[in-house]
Design a protein around this ligand. Structure first.
Ligand code: SAH
Length: 225
């Protein structure tokens, strides 16, 4: 008798749907106000982005290991980043530097026309690409294995850029790739030291910086691995 293996993405059960809705309610209670962002958080099956052994914790507000000493960001941070980038309006082209598991990119794919995501670790990039493009069929996401700190000049300008790894100074190349009125969000600071979520808004050729909540991200590193 033939054994039919269901792809993981179609095995999303009632249990995870309910726990995900509870996560959305917690995000709302914790101050996320953009209903479109909350809708995206409710739509993306976070349990598919982590190892199956940790799946029972998938909808807790925790950063979890994804291998290679990296972590998937906690849902509250992902929602906050999305809310700051979106600023209440649909986005055109978005760039993420540090795709990791691909979860933040998946959330952004619900909020933007096109998402470009860069990841420096080859295995993580390949895994995230497979999940997003093959399993979840997110046709508007492109994931590349690359050092992202130089951005992606050939696809610029971007309406929004997120750096998903901590960095003490923002590279000028990234600022140059922001569209007029573009928004860049990053955890500013060094690994181990205090970091804050920081928003840079482009106003013509000026950049306005606002600091938000303290956060903890893994550091941005140079070069491909
Ligand atoms: N947004 C991710 C979080 C991943 S953690 C998620 O939702 O899962 C940060 C990621 O940034 C790691 O995978 C790390 O390898 C990657 N990274 C660090 N420096 C980078 C760089 N210069 N270019 C691209 N990716 C980088």
């Amino acid at each position: 008798m033939a054994v039919i293996r269901k792809p993981r993405a179609s095995g999303v059960g009632m249990t995870s749907d309910r726990t995900r809705l509870r996560m959305v309610e917690r995000l709302r209670a914790a101050g996320i106000q953009d209903e479109v962002v909350l809708g995206a958080m409710g739509a993306v099956p976070r349990h598919l982005f982590i190892e199956e052994a940790l799946a029972s914790r998938a909808y807790d507000d925790l950063a979890l290991p994804i291998g290679f000493s990296q972590t998937i960001s906690q849902p509250m941070t992902v929602a906050r980043v999305a809310e700051l980038l979106r600023n209440g309006a649909p986005m055109g082209r978005v760039l993420e530097i540090g795709a990791g598991s691909g979860y933040q990119a998946a959330v952004l794919s619900h909020l933007a026309k096109e998402v470009f995501a860069l990841e420096r670790i080859a295995e993580l990039a390949a895994k995230a690409r497979h999940l997003l493009v093959r399993e979840l069929r997110m046709g508007n996401v492109r994931l590349r294995h690359a050092d992202g700190l130089g951005g992606l000049p050939e696809a610029a300008p971007f309406d929004a850029i997120v750096i998903s790894a901590a960095i003490p100074h923002i590279p000028d190349e990234l600022l140059a790739q922001l569209a007029p009125s573009g928004r860049l969000v990053l955890p500013k600071g060094s690994a181990g030291a205090a970091q804050r979520l920081c928003l840079i808004e482009r106003v013509g050729n000026r950049f306005r910086e606002t600091e938000f909540d303290p956060v903890r991200f893994v550091p941005a590193l140079l070069g491909k691995a």
